[in-house]
Design a protein around this ligand. Sequence first.
Ligand SMILES: [Zn+2]
Length: 259
Amino acid sequence: MAVPGRPVPEGAPADLAATELFAVDAYLRSFEARVEAVDADGRRIRLARTAFYPGGGGQPHDTGTLRWGDGRAAVVQVARDRSDGGRIWHRLADDAPLPDPGAEVHGVLDWERRHLTMRTHTALHVLCGVMWADHGVAVTGGNMDPGKGRLDFPLPSMSAEFGRQVEARINEEIAKAHEILVAFVGREVADEDHALIRTAANLIPREVDPLRVIDIVGLDKQADGGTHVLSTAEVGSVRVTGTESKGKGNKRVRLEVHD
Ligand SMILES: [Zn+2]
């Protein structure tokens, strides 16, 4: 990841690195960009590049502010628009002015929300790694909010005692301070990688090449578009707050991250 002193990950597509800044640098909190398009009716703007995560893979979108000239607006929603080739649009608060096309804006993320979300997303991948290592099951679904999340696994049974064991194992792995890398992996290489095969990377459309991969070194590796912390130690600690049956062969684990 491109934190100060670290380069953009090797193999990152140049257009992605230039436009979707969060994909190569999860720690970028502010940026400058030109307004490419304005949708006044939808109160949305498209930027030439952005650090705002648009939501996806269970990770919620970012919020924050944009400033330009004497204008200022809260960014209340960020989403890809399928009818615009999947490009990212920023919805501004109803009471805010809209910048003009071509304006240069300064964007600032709500970093408290984003960083907590990064810790949460990484904690969920640690849970995936633990469930695979200890129980041989792969995640089937999930979701997260800043600070809490849930994942489902194909297990025959679930109990509070199981939840306590899983919580202890997650915190044990967090304490090992596993390094977390963003890698861009060509499909031919990905197709031979057992860790990626078991996390169903093969189900991603073939035209997505290379795959963006989040590698919690030594624990979990999966194709993922989200933003993560640099080390599992940065997650803090995890509490398993719920274990539920969602039907035969589908069991849910809920967790929260704490300092
Ligand atoms: Zn993920």
